[in-house]
Design a protein. Structure first.
Ligand code: PLP
Length: 399
């Protein structure tokens, strides 16, 4: 008989969203006529805009011609797309060779586990996007004690009391990797330049690495707030940045992302991280879809950038409607200004109690903050990804 990966049994009960779906299904079994509205999963809802669609279509058509057909591409991605990301998104702060194109930020987070192995100690913001913790647990960062979920995982509380930014001082437990998401999923918090400088300095002082997830960076509206960690002096000595076209231009179904590994980033023993990452990508990945990459190229042209802005403003418009409503109804609401997520405090109710309350009373599906870690208890996450009519219908039910 084949033995199961022993770490699988250390994962918490079920991944958050299946549980959310299970409860929504249970309601529908009891009241099949209920019309559920989802403010839950962070999936884009608006159609692809015309210029980016054309970029995809043109390449798809070219693939059906003798001269335009291409097979496997470079595992690292099209040179043209790496260059375009370097120039358009990073304004030259990172070199094209430091950009690795991929099929999703989630997949890259999982591949990063291969890069570091199971012997590292991982720190996460609490609450956090569950993939950082779950991939770390699957990899075995749970120590040698059976059933010990937290052994090699350090939770850094990020709550309203500390403005959702962790206290980083001599009492912070040791760690090798710190996963940090800005703008944050789930809290919607966004960091100032000073906060990010503190983060980079602290990680450097600890001799650790920062895995910086910037999947929502285009939602940052204030030019004084950094959109990439590489705007921060010293970041190239400690940081890896993950980003994605998913929430930028609605590519959640198309699949396209990238990871930046600075050339000078080195392991304690001396070898460069980029060499190992290149080895992992060339071993485990055969390159992102050529068609998707052409869509990404289109998105970074002046026409594409305008389309990105229109989409971002649309979802932020949804966020504002939700934020105004919940604030006026007396809730304490965080996020939703530079991020497509709102974190709503649910006084006198646990997250799951509040989830059930909104589900049963208004037939509105939300996401319990506690599903993102113990620090999310007492909050609900609302997603601003939705059709405008859906958001308006949700608000009219709540009135
Ligand atoms: N990182 C964060 C913080 C996310 O919220 C998500 C998706 O919701 C991802 C990464 C995954 O992005 P992708 O669609 O590129 O896999």
């Amino acid at each position: 008989m084949v033995k199961r990966n022993p770490h699988m049994s250390k994962l918490s009960g079920s991944y958050l969203f299946p549980e959310v779906k299970k409860r929504a299904r249970a309601l529908l079994e009891k009241t099949p006529e209920a019309k559920l509205i989802s403010l839950s999963i962070g999936d884009t809802t608006e159609q692809l805009p015309p210029f980016v669609t054309q970029s995809l279509v043109q390449k798809a058509i070219a693939m059906g011609t003798a001269s335009g057909y291409e097979g496997y591409g470079a595992e690292q991605g099209l040179d043209s797309l790496r260059k375009s990301i370097s120039e358009t998104y990073y304004k030259g702060l990172v070199a094209p060779e430091e950009v690795f194109i991929s099929d999703g930020a989630k997949c890259d987070i999982a591949r990063l586990q291969m890069l570091f192995g199971s012997d590292v100690i991982t720190a996460v913001q609490d609450p956090a996007y569950p993939v950082y913790v779950d991939t770390s647990v699957i990899m075995g960062q749970t120590g040698s004690h059976t059933n010990s979920y937290y052994d090699r995982l350090v939770y850094l509380p990020c709550t309203a009391e500390n403005n959702f930014f962790p206290v980083l001082d001599e009492n912070t437990p040791p760690f090798d990797l710190l996963y940090f998401c800005n703008p944050n999923n789930p809290t919607g918090a966004v960091c100032t330049k000073q906060q990010l400088q503190k983060l980079v300095d602290f990680v450097k002082e600890r001799g650790a690495f920062l895995i910086y997830d910037a999947a929502y960076s285009v939602y940052i509206q204030d030019p004084a707030l950094p959109r990439t960690i590489f705007e921060i002096p010293g970041a190239k000595d400690v940081a890896i940045e993950i980003n994605s076209f998913s929430k930028i231009i609605g590519f959640t179904g198309i699949r396209l992302s990238w990871t930046v590994i600075p050339k000078d980033l080195r392991f304690e023993e001396g070898p460069s991280v980029i060499t190992d990452w290149n080895r992992i990508m060339t071993t485990c990945f055969n390159g992102a879809s050529i068609i998707a990459q052409h869509g990404g190229l289109g998105a970074l042209t002046p026409e594409g950038l305008k389309e990105i802005d229109t989409l971002v403003q649309f979802y932020l418009g949804n966020a504002k409607l939700l934020k105004d409503h919940f604030t006026q109804s007396g809730y304490e609401v965080f996020g939703g200004t530079h991020a497509p997520y709102l974190f709503v405090k649910t006084p006198h109710q646990s997250s799951w109690e509040a989830f059930d309350h909104f589900l049963y009373k208004y037939n509105i599906v939300t996401t319990p903050g506690s599903g993102f870690g113990p620090g999310g208890e007492g909050y609900l996450r609302l997603s601003a990804f939705g059709k405008r009519a859906t958001i308006e219908e949700a608000l009219s039910r709540l009135n």
